[in-house]
Write a protein that binds this ligand. Sequence first.
Ligand SMILES: O=C(O)[C@@H](CO)OP(=O)(O)O
Length: 215
Amino acid sequence: MLQVYLVRHGETQWNAERRIQGQSDSALTEKGERQAEQVAERAKTLGITHVIASDLGRTRRTAEIIAQACGVDVTLDARLRELDMGVLERRNLDTLSEEEEGWRRQLVNGTADGRIPDGESMLEMSERMHAALNACLDLPPGSRPLLVSHGMALGCLVSTILGLPAWAERRLRLRNCSISRVDHQQSPWLASGWVVEMAGDISHLDAPALDELQR
Ligand SMILES: O=C(O)[C@@H](CO)OP(=O)(O)O
């Protein structure tokens, strides 16, 4: 049975400032670097054979720290990027107008194919995230990959595996450097295909990780 670990990157400058990143980027904070080291310590015990990361800077940096601890290289996959949040990228969550806040809410309130102007829909993101996950099935037998991606991207992936709609991802709290795991099983009795073993575990972190939307 293939086990795939899913890690959200460490805290970034803009996470801490409540600024929307999407496919824009900001550097890990000191706390984010520490979180990455702590998740790397845990990853070292998991027999990870491949570290595959979104090509944005914050996931690359987190992945490098994990890969070094596990003694493997990082492979980049742009399909693991965060949702493209169009015209709202770089903006502070607290300064959005009512109309802009309405665009942002479309992503999580069930509006079919809702998207921020010039951005991507959750359905589109779900398709590319599933394609990246399914690519793990082509790795050599015995592989145990770890994917480094983003809050909404991973939330959408786990939600849709559970059978929830793509826009339900905010029902899952995936904090910075949390670990989730999905397994691929063939079973005549249980659901065949991907199943969720755990989601959003932060027991390896020594300080509460930020949830920039909840605070
Ligand atoms: O893009 C962002 O600002 C956030 C949204 O949750 O995602 P992440 O920090 O995980 O990239």
